[in-house]
Design a protein around this ligand. Structure first.
Ligand code: ADP
Ligand code: MG
Length: 327
């Protein structure tokens, strides 16, 4: 299949029409109209085969995830997504693959009203880069540098499921064989969290005006909160017992394994954020209004770094603190 036939196929599936797209796929550049009185939030993220997704990941899930991880970055800024670019590097022009990929991308794009307005298509080892653009009211973006001592720390959803799904797949992991004996629907629920993360866009929007700092959990809770602590010049104390776990995680893992997955696993795409006491009730009310919720997991403290505490307030050391590509 020729390059332009692939691009046509992608456009047919993904170029959702938006009134603010003046020129979409098909010219040298896209032309879009900014809504008056807003700032633009821009983010990009790449998924590389074997690094960001396991071999055998379905093309449909890959299309979804490539957009989801980017929308998660906009969610963490409190932005409303609008436009996306897609740079696809494919080993060959496989029509079936591109159809499925575009189908998964389009499914999530439609849920968030995102129009694909351009991209690039090249041949090489499978890799996907998506760039997203969204709007925020001036000065209203949620950042990493605003946490204050005394703020409460929250996280949306549950943690550790995606990392647990990866463990189920790891053939070198002695526990994997035992995990494979788990009921199929339990394993599938974990796998769904890995393959189809749900970007918390509505939650991110609801947090504007309440959260002092926010980040999406992609590399692992402790590692990502470390960026908030460093950016804000504070420390963060997390109570291990408060970390939210899904029923699947609770059934399959003992407390020690579970904690490692929740605190350091990564790929959760939940939002971790800080809220001053005075704003906690408002935040909870507005999150509930958009059908979301959050669990309080700790406090911002004076000092630096992120500490994980047991029931007695003693620091817990984990073997791996989070994901680092170059470590
Ligand atoms: P140029 O050679 O001018 O850079 P291309 O041939 O790369 O143009 O792309 C032609 C048009 O198709 C452009 O509008 C570009 O944005 C779009 N496009 C190319 N690849 C993709 C893709 N994977 N997804 C979406 N749009 C794409
Ligand atoms: Mg080009």
């Amino acid at each position: 299949m020729a390059e332009f036939a692939l691009i046509d196929l992608i456009r047919d599936r993904c170029a959702l029409s938006r009134a603010d797209v003046r020129v979409g796929i098909g010219d040298d550049a896209a032309i879009v109209a900014m809504p008056a009185g807003h700032e633009l939030a821009i983010a990009t993220d790449t998924l590389v085969a074997g690094v960001h997704f396991p071999p055998g990941t379905r093309a449909r899930d890959l299309g979804w995830k490539a957009l989801a991880v980017n929308l998660s970055d906009l969610a963490a800024m409190g932005a409303t997504p609008a436009w996306a670019l897609l740079a696809l590097t494919l080993p060959d022009a496989d029509r079936g693959f591109v159809e499925e990929f575009a189908g998964g991308f389009a499914e999530l794009a439609a849920l968030h009203g995102v129009a694909l307005v351009g991209g690039d298509t090249t041949r090489g080892p499978l890799a996907v880069t998506v760039t997203v653009h969204g709007f925020v009211p001036p000065g209203g973006a949620l950042r990493r540098d605003g946490a204050g001592v005394g703020d409460q720390v929250f996280v949306t959803g549950t943690l550790g499921d995606a990392a647990a799904a990866l463990r189920c797949l790891d053939r070198r992991d002695a526990r994997a064989a035992a995990l494979f004996e788990a009921p199929a629907d339990t394993r599938e629920r974990l796998r769904e969290r890995l393959d189809r993360p749900q970007p918390r866009v509505a939650a991110g929007n609801a947090l504007r005006g309440f959260a002092s700092a926010c980040i999406d959990v992609s590399d692992g809770l402790l590692a990502d909160l470390g960026h908030v602590a460093a950016g804000s010049g504070v420390g963060i104390a997390i109570e291990a017992a408060r970390l939210p776990a899904s029923p699947a995680l609770l059934t399959l893992f003992d407390a020690g394994e579970r904690l490692a997955l929740q605190a350091a696993g990564g790929d959760d795409y939940e939002l971790a954020f800080c809220v001053p006491d005075v704003h906690v009730a408002g935040m909870q009310r507005d999150l509930a209004r958009v059908g979301g919720g959050a669990t309080r997991i700790g406090r911002v403290v004076a000092g630096e770094g992120v500490r994980l505490l047991d029931g007695e307030g003693c620091a817990i050391a984990l073997a791996h603190a989070g994901w680092d590509h170059f470590a």
